[in-house]
Design a protein around this ligand. Structure first.
Ligand code: MSK
Length: 665
């Protein structure tokens, strides 16, 4: 019997991969094996910004001796390439944010009746931060309009600073000011990045890299943060919800419709119409018992966080989902959609439906979506899925039993609430737990899953090691999907796997040791949490210096680089795993991004392929931060019998508040 190579650490995914190989089907896993990365481009040593090249800056002493035709050095080229990645990643998150702001404006101006403000309290908080005069006296729609217009200024302001930069701790802002990093507006920084990296403009690696940080801050503290806020205001701020993950979410006797991509607007409209009696009747007329909505990638995270819609997994699961033979239609919006799913879907019965005017896929059917006629498009899509239900051929590998329970929905507001209830919401208990050494530190394990490593495997390995060592994990994006499908997003994971200090904290509050914060755009929630922890006191008074690290172990997207850079500029050491460094050709650039950025911002960006080294480097950063903050030395196993985190009355109140949401009581 043919031995299959392990390509995914998720058992169900591996079963489908094996089956696909035996059927001669092509997936990203097989293509990743066949398509070796270009060794020159991989390390940032290829310059193709003009047509005298592409110039390949290689050789034993390339950094000292080789230049491109124009004289650009390896360091200039590597820094320029990195800046272009950051600009592209920032553009992606922020254009998504622009769509959200435009939707908010449409709601505010009464130009759509398909959406409304579901969380007026969140809108009010945004208005207060944006210093909109007398927000409490305003009608919700009028306020939505003002908030939208104010946030839309962040795209095109010529001078000044993006609105939300003031949400960062003062000291963090001072560092940005000192180094000229305060972003003016999203479009301005992205355009300037493209200008500076055009042939013959900015050649100084350090200067280029500083603009990479400035551009990334426009992503984190403007585009991504406003997207998170607007989405919460429109569709509800997440609170813990129970749901399920993996391919077992598909139902054999129901129409399976999957929402895939990133933008939540259409998915929300689909969710609204999917239970309409006419559509249910229509599904029944085709022989189905009902309509089953599932998610994929980050659109999945959006509807999972707010409504408990189950997820079929992250980026590398998209082709495998089609190969179950059970998806009747997959509606895609923007970002991280493999064009390969269209060809693959032709071998099954699945209909792929593109919906964004920005994102056409050859061979897919297109249903145009816009926020003014959202439900109309949503109904069309649901009907396509229903019409396709009878076309199932029976071909596919359905992993029937594979479905893991999970708890998601940890917005920063809820994390604050769960630590003190409605009236005493704060980050005090978490800060205290870190100060005492119960919780050693916090790691954000985020970002893409990747077919070039056993997909989701690095997430699983690192998460288990960290929680054993009392490190609390925050997760977003496909990392969160990886943990969901692994069954790690339950409070039981804390009981079974966490170190004694972390277990106590998780038990007291009733939370998993890995908190699902949302889609990749919701990494902004981590910035908000870090700022709140700094404001709470007892740890660092800025984001830099916290016992916290960011890790993207399997990254692949330019968006991940933008996220890594905004974390680094905000004061968080970040480690990218999985493969080689995109600036590996230049020691100078590598040194600037690690040592140089750490000296200036207390953050930095490492590329480290070895999982054990990632673990040790992260723990080392955490322990160094503990020493720097003069906190108690972390001692493994020190806690576990005594319970002094909160007094009993406080804990009872917390448990009473948390249990119904967590389904524990
Ligand atoms: S979808 S950017 S593979 S996290 Fe947000 Fe996942 Fe990475 Fe896309």
């Amino acid at each position: 019997m043919k031995q299959h190579k392990i390509k995914s650490a998720t058992e169900a995914a591996q079963k489908i991969i094996d089956w696909g190989e035996s059927e001669g089907l092509t997936t990203c896993f097989e293509r990743a094996e066949r398509m070796k990365p270009c060794p020159i481009g991989e390390t940032g040593a290829c310059c193709k910004v003009c047509h005298m090249g592409p110039c390949r800056l290689v050789g034993p002493n390339a950094e000292e001796e080789v230049t491109g035709v124009c004289g650009a050095t390896v360091s200039t080229v590597a820094a320029r390439n990195l800046l272009r990645m950051v600009a592209a990643g920032t553009a992606a998150h922020s254009d998504h944010a622009r769509s959200m702001a435009i939707t908010l404006l449409a709601v505010g101006e009464g130009k759509t009746s398909d959406f409304e403000i579901k969380d007026p309290a969140k809108l009010m908080r945004m208005a207060e931060i944006l210093e909109i005069p007398a927000p409490e006296g305003k009608e919700v729609k009028a306020l939505a309009r003002e908030v939208a217009l104010k946030l839309l200024e962040d795209f095109s302001r010529r001078e000044g600073v993006v609105n939300y930069a003031k949400r960062a701790p003062k000291k963090t802002q001072e560092r940005w000011k000192k180094w000229g990093l305060l972003p003016r507006s999203i479009d301005r920084e992205v355009v300037e990045a493209m200008h500076r990296t055009n042939m013959g403009v900015d050649h100084d690696p350090d200067h280029l890299l500083l603009h990479a940080l400035k551009t990334s801050l426009a992503d984190g503290w403007a585009g991504s943060m406003m997207s998170t806020d607007i989405t919460d205001a429109l569709f509800g701020t997440p609170r813990p919800v129970q749901a399920a993950a993996s391919f077992g979410i598909f139902k054999e006797d129901e129409v399976n419709l999957v929402v895939h991509g990133h933008e939540p607007t259409l998915a929300e409209a689909i969710l609204d119409v999917v239970s309409e009696p006419e559509l249910i009747e229509y599904a029944k007329s085709k022989g189905a018992k009902g309509i089953n909505l599932g998610g994929m990638c980050c659109t999945a995270n959006e509807v999972l966080m707010r409504h408990g819609i189950p997820t079929s997994g992250g980026f590398t699961n998209q082709e495998l989902g089609v190969m179950t033979g059970l998806i009747d239609a997959i509606s895609v919006d923007v970002q991280c959609i493999m064009p390969a799913i269209v060809e693959l879907s032709k071998k099954f019965h699945t209909k792929v439906i593109s919906t964004s005017e920005k994102a056409m896929t050859q061979g897919a059917m297109h249903v145009a979506f816009d926020e003014h006629h959202a439900k109309e498009a949503a109904r069309k899509i649901v009907r396509v899925a229903i019409d396709n239900y009878p076309m199932r051929t029976g071909k596919g590998k359905y992993v029937e039993t594979d479905k893991a329970p999970l708890i998601a929905g940890f917005s920063h507001e809820y994390i604050e609430y769960m630590q003190g209830g409605r009236w005493r919401a704060s980050f005090r208990p978490l800060n205290d737990a870190i100060m005492a050494g119960r919780v050693r530190g916090v790691v954000a394990l985020v970002g893409c899953d990747n077919p070039r490593v056993p997909s989701t495997g690095l997430f699983r390995y690192l998460a288990m090691e960290f929680i054993k060592q009392d490190v609390l994990i925050l997760t977003t994006g496909c990392g969160a999907n990886a943990f969901g499908t692994a069954g790690f997003l339950t409070p039981e994971t804390a009981l079974d796997e966490a170190g004694p200090g972390l277990r106590e904290v998780c038990e007291a509050i009733g939370i998993p040791p890995i908190l699902h914060l949302g889609a990749c755009v919701d990494n902004s929630r981590i910035l908000t949490i870090a700022s709140a922890m700094a404001a709470e006191g007892g740890l660092s008074d800025e984001i830099g210096g916290m016992p916290a690290v960011g890790i993207a172990p399997e990254w692949m997207s330019e968006k991940a680089i933008a996220i890594g850079c905004y974390f680094a500029a905000s004061g968080v050491p970040v480690i990218f795993g999985g493969g080689s460094s995109p600036v590996g050709a230049s020691k100078e650039v590598t040194d600037l991004m690690t040592r140089g950025w750490y000296e200036r911002f207390m953050g930095g960006l490492h590329f480290e392929p070895d999982p054990e080294n990632i673990l040790n480097l992260a723990l080392d950063y955490i322990d160094k931060a503990r020493t720097y903050l003069k906190l108690k030395k972390y001692e493994p196993g020190r806690f576990g019998t005594e319970r002094v985190l909160m007094d009993m009355a406080a804990r009872r109140e917390l448990e009473k508040a948390a249990k119904p949401h967590l389904g524990l009581g």
